[in-house]
Design a protein. Sequence first.
Length: 568
Amino acid sequence: MSDTKHSTRAFSSLVVDGMERAPSRAMLHAVGFKDQDFTKPQIGIASTWSMVTPCNMHINQLADAAAKGADEKGGKAVVFNTITISDGISMGTEGMKYSLVSREVIADSIETVVGCQGFDGLVAIGGCDKNMPGCLIGIARLNRPAIFVYGGTILSGCHGDKKLDIVSVFEAVGARANHQIDDQELKAIESLAIPGPGSCGGMYTANTMASAIEALGMSLPGSSAQAAISADKQQDCIAAGAQVLTLLEQGIRPLDIMTLKAFENAITVVIALGGSTNAVLHLLAMADAAGVTLCLEDFSRIGKKVPMLADLKPSGHYAMAELVEIGGIQPLMKMLLDAGLLHGDCLTVTGKTLAENLADAPSYPEGQEMIRPMSQPIKKDSHLVILKGNLAEEGAVAKITGKEGLRFTGKARVFDCEELALKAILDGTIIKGDVIVIRYEGPKGGPGMREMLSPTSAVMGKGLAKDVALITDGRFSGGTHGFVVGHITPEAYVGGTLALVFDGDEITIDAESAALTLHLSDAEIAERRLKWQRPSPRYTRGVLAKYARLVSSASEGAVTDKGLENLI
């Protein structure tokens, strides 16, 4: 490592130093550069601000705070934007097909701007689900000193004595369809569920990924457990902007931090928190970008020894804002470290190891019920169960907290898209004992691998949570709970066995033996396969068509870089 002044400007010096770079400097004078700024390290501040969603509506202010921190430490900050979409708004519509695609667009855009402009370091600030892995994929590709900042969690809404979040609204739709509430009650829940800025309030995908990235070592300690609108979050951004300058001076780059052991730490924390199934997909993708070999079997291996400790929504009782009040995830990580479940020697963006960061971490207050002690877990092993079998030869991801039961056998009710399945749930076609099969919703088939929050919430709202199961080659929202299996691979569109299921076929989901089984003989499956024909692609032009052509299997993180190898 080198701490010379020149090494802190390895990229910006190529853009602005010397007589021949006068045109570049002229352009930068117009956006506010002073003469002295050309001798400073340039720090890109990637902001995912937009008024598309409450998750990101405040991030312009956070970007300004990060820029202030970088400038005060002797850098020259340059704020730029990338996109965000809203899962919560687009859920259940054709627009949701763009959700996972946006992860790749965000990564590509950050790489494009930082690479083009010659920024020496980077702070990336994300709020909604795909922002976070998108930022980390871009950071890994660039491998320049960088820190990720989470935009922060939303506060809970409230109706009467009941706390609300976006999942409350989805489930209220099912309750209205089941005549358990009236239109006035649905309207009240809709109006009060989202009180202001910040990401969805339970241990859904946004809070899951923020926690995973902190455990990975790529956020400052405490970053994942702060309210979106708070002095702590402002200070987090200022500190991140300043710390990137320190990382530059110390020569610490993302790939020094994003190691296999660091990813194992992230998986461990996700399991302990009862986090989203999307963490599997995103951590695989982030590891791929970092050149780290991570696979589904790693989640199974780690899951056998890590307990689920957090009683957080959607399967539990508490919101992320309540976890913030008792200390966030730092005390939990200290518990896991003391139990020998975390690698304490992993380097982090503080320039210290994880163990050094946690040395003075406090304990949770006496009497709190959100985080169980190691001796009294909610579940003794992982809630994220990797299933295999003749219906998922490459694997599938189930979210089994134990509250749903560990085994379900039922008759298939097959739907070739999400909308048809939702209609059947709401109109009463789906009955006790059914296994709802939603296919052609995978990365290539959808395309885009939509989240099935509308159908799973409708199941909950209809009171069928323990009576039906749902399986799909699509994904689930972090807000999903119930007996559900997603990420089934190979997906139906590429000829996976899911494409061969008929109405009435018997299917078993067995979390104890980690098996997803279609009860047909090999000969019957082979005969059906001979008759199967791939559907025509739903999109032939534009970003969805390009994505479908490039994207890899969900079992590999649904990344687009792997697809390039098939085109060269």
